[in-house]
Unconditional design. Structure first.
Length: 392
């Protein structure tokens, strides 16, 4: 077994730094030092057979000790009386006497000073963050240069919990939008601890803006109007916030929803028709548009497990939605165009018809082969036009 070197002893202290124990103790007041370190010493056989090496090891360990360097570890010596080599003084144990010795040994004394400044600034404003500093001291040190501004942001959110402003509108001295954007995770964690206890809605919120009372960038619904008779001010391709879409003053006689953007752009003209596209799993954005409930509604997605999952999700808001080109004959007719779905959706779907559910089960159970899918854009355009003609 290798004997413990001065570098090994420093590594033991470094581990205490890396796991946050030394800095956490500064916050909590825990007495971490003096602290005994692990020491592997030569055994009796080595003392006799490798006495020169043992002497070199003792000398190197002593030279790097506090007694010689002025900081670091102390050595407790013991005297042995070996029948072959006689009396000799050898290390019996090693310990770090103080926190300062530990920090200087691993070159972290300046970093610890910065952390003490962070502690002082933080606890003077937000005593509740003491436990966080104990858990995440290295994170605090990583952001020490910006800590004053970080605390200013935390204070602003504490004092303005439901501002209703866009992030761009926040007026905090020395802080710009990008400063907050680049530190969203850290700021959300700190604000949550400072303000979350008094706001029961905090834990339920999702997204940085929603959590902290800001106005989020609105989710948009994109749609094309397929009939010149119902164009809006001459516009045919529009993207509007979901709330505005819900209140749209338009009277289409038929609505189509398709996941693929290019399919939406290439969708043929249909009298009285509009096509909504590019939402993916965001079909819930349509739920507020109750004017969709009394008009024929068709959903065209991929014939794969996720396509049926999106169809099922749409039907939670609009049970009358009909599938378009998402049936077994369409899948089997286009066998040469099949591809592989990398991560199938496997959960139960409650909003499918019996025929759709049977096809979904065949797909998720790989009865056609591993991960079979037919992407909507692979279906020939002539087949799409023919299918649309049958439902007009």
């Amino acid at each position: 077994m290798t004997w413990t070197t001065a570098a090994d002893l420093a590594d033991q202290v470094e581990r205490l730094w890396n796991n946050g124990r030394i800095l956490g103790a500064i916050v909590s007041g825990e007495l971490l030092f003096p602290r005994r370190l692990k020491l592997r010493c030569p055994d009796s056989k080595a003392m006799a057979g490798r006495f020169g090496d043992v002497q070199d090891w003792i000398q190197a360990l002593d030279n790097a000790s506090k007694a010689k360097q002025g900081f670091g570890y102390d050595i407790v010596w013991t005297e042995i009386n070996h029948r072959q080599i006689g009396r000799n003084r050898v290390p019996a144990e090693v310990s770090i006497p103080t926190e300062d010795d530990a920090l200087r040994l691993i070159g972290k004394n300046k970093a610890a000073d910065k952390f003490r400044d962070v502690i002082k600034a933080t606890l003077s404003q937000f005593p509740v963050l003491g436990k966080w500093l104990m858990r995440r001291p290295l994170t605090a040190i990583e952001h020490a240069e910006d800590w004053t501004r970080i605390l200013a942001v935390v204070a602003w959110f504490r004092d303005n919990p439901h501002s209703g402003l866009y992030l761009r509108q926040l007026d905090i001295p020395g802080v710009d939008t990008k400063f907050i954007e680049h530190r969203r995770g850290l700021l959300s964690e700190l604000v949550g601890l400072v303000a979350g206890a008094g706001d029961t809605s905090f834990a339920r919120a999702t997204g940085f803006e929603q959590r902290h009372g800001l106005r989020a960038k609105p989710a948009l619904v994109r749609f094309r109007i397929l009939d010149p008779q119902i164009w809006i001010g001459g516009c045919t391709d529009l993207s509007v916030p979901a709330a505005e879409f819900a209140g749209l003053k338009i009277s289409p006689s038929r609505i189509f929803v398709t996941e693929n953007e290019i399919n939406g752009l290439a969708f043929p003209d249909i009298p009285g028709g509009i096509v909504i596209f590019g939402l993916g799993y965001g079909v819930e954005l349509l739920s507020g548009a109750r004017w969709l409930t009394d008009r024929p509604l068709h959903y065209w997605g991929d014939i794969d497990t996720h396509g049926f999952a999106m169809l099922s999700r749409l039907r939670m808001s609009f049970p009358h939605a009909q599938a378009l080109l998402m049936d077994r004959p369409t899948l089997l007719t286009h066998r040469p165009l099949w591809s592989i779905e990398p991560s199938p959706h496997l959960s139960e779907l409650a909003q499918l018809s019996d025929e759709e559910l049977a096809l979904y089960d065949d797909l998720r159970c790989d009865r056609f082969g591993p991960g079979v899918r037919l992407e909507q854009e692979r279906i020939p355009y002539s087949k799409v036009k023919a299918a649309l003609a049958r439902i007009e």
